[in-house]
Design a protein around this ligand. Structure first.
Ligand code: MLT
Ligand code: MN
Length: 310
């Protein structure tokens, strides 16, 4: 199975357009230890020719340009694209806005939970995707589905499952419940299986906590991409960027006793890769002590263009 990281950053990317905090400033200035990152998305293929996107980021046009695997096939008709399907893990702007760039009449399938598809359906701007060519397929949680192009199977089977998280920022309701109107299916993880080999990886770019059910599911996995938004819960407050904790945003941080480094310690996962890394996170600096902490704990910090063969 072929996997390529199109974007490793969280919403806003690195540098973020209106941010001059050290990570963004240094990325903008071409600092050798702080590489720019686009917004999170990966692409997967069983045959190396037809590709599935996991989320569609606002940076998708540039991501396609930078990714030779996603260029139109030279042996195809004048209009063609290797992108055959898009699977969404939530309704966040950084994960759905790229759908708008996939107009121009190319046939593909969109897969999403009922909650996320409801958001897509409710926003008429997505009707720019011609309904005769772009199929919207709602996928029930915990039910495996074959990922298809409009023409047939792509050799991958995905199982979507709910993970602890939060509804998209623009859908938050201040209903006093403390969960901002979040319902099951607002944030999901994906188990991606290659049919021919049975190889599996997990894609969880947003997650608020690892409960027992999630820990049992991912235990012993060969590969996981996981929410790397923040190193510490308070880092956006500490840097004067946003008066919100990671907890409030539905993202667990890396460090500390409630962090992902600790939660993954005994899960026996062979390869662990952080993705959806916010521009505030010190691990984005190649030579930072925090980067050393996560790499010493066996984690990779993903970067745009990273390729993994499973
Ligand atoms: C998130 O990951 O929490 C969202 O992308 C935040 C946002 O919409 O800015
Ligand atoms: Mn996000």
């Amino acid at each position: 199975m072929h996997i390529k990281v199109l974007g490793s950053g969280a919403g806003g990317g690195l540098p973020q357009w209106n941010c001059n905090a050290p990570n963004s400033k240094d990325a903008r200035d071409g600092h050798e230890n702080v590489k720019p990152r686009s917004q999170s998305s990966i692409t997967v293929s069983a045959d190396g020719r037809n590709w599935v996107l996991l989320n569609a980021s606002p940076d998708i046009r540039q991501q396609i340009f930078d990714t030779r695997q996603l260029h139109p096939h030279n042996d195809g008709p004048v209009r063609n694209s290797p992108i055959q399907a898009v699977v969404l893990t939530n309704g966040d702007v950084d994960h759905v806005a790229g759908l708008l760039c996939l107009r121009e009449g190319h046939p593909f399938n969109i897969y999403a939970s009922a909650r996320v598809m409801k958001t897509v359906d409710a926003n008429s701007i997505f009707n720019v995707l011609n309904a005769e060519k772009v199929n919207r397929i709602t996928t029930p949680l915990e039910q495996s589905f074959e990922v298809n192009s409009p023409e047939g199977p792509l050799g991958l089977t995905i199982t979507p499952f709910a993970v602890p998280g939060k509804v998209a920022l623009y859908l938050e309701e201040d209903d006093g419940s403390g969960n901002f109107g979040t319902e099951e299916g607002d944030t999901i993880g994906l188990e991606v299986k290659e049919d021919e080999t049975g190889k599996i990886f997990y894609y969880i770019p947003g997650c608020a906590t690892i409960d027992e059910k999630l820990a049992a599911r991912i235990k012993g996995a060969s590969l996981i991409f996981f929410d790397g938004t923040l190193f510490t819960n308070n880092e956006m407050l500490d840097q004067g960027l946003l008066p919100k904790t990671g907890e409030r945003m539905g993202h667990m941080n890396m460090s500390g006793e409630n962090g992902s480094l600790e939660a993954f310690k005994d899960l026996g996962i062979k390869r662990k890769v952080y993705i959806h890394i916010n521009n505030s996170n010190p691990v984005l600096r190649d030579n930072s002590p925090e980067r050393k902490v996560v790499t010493d704990a066996g984690w990779d910090v993903s970067y745009d263009g990273m390729e993994i063969e499973l």
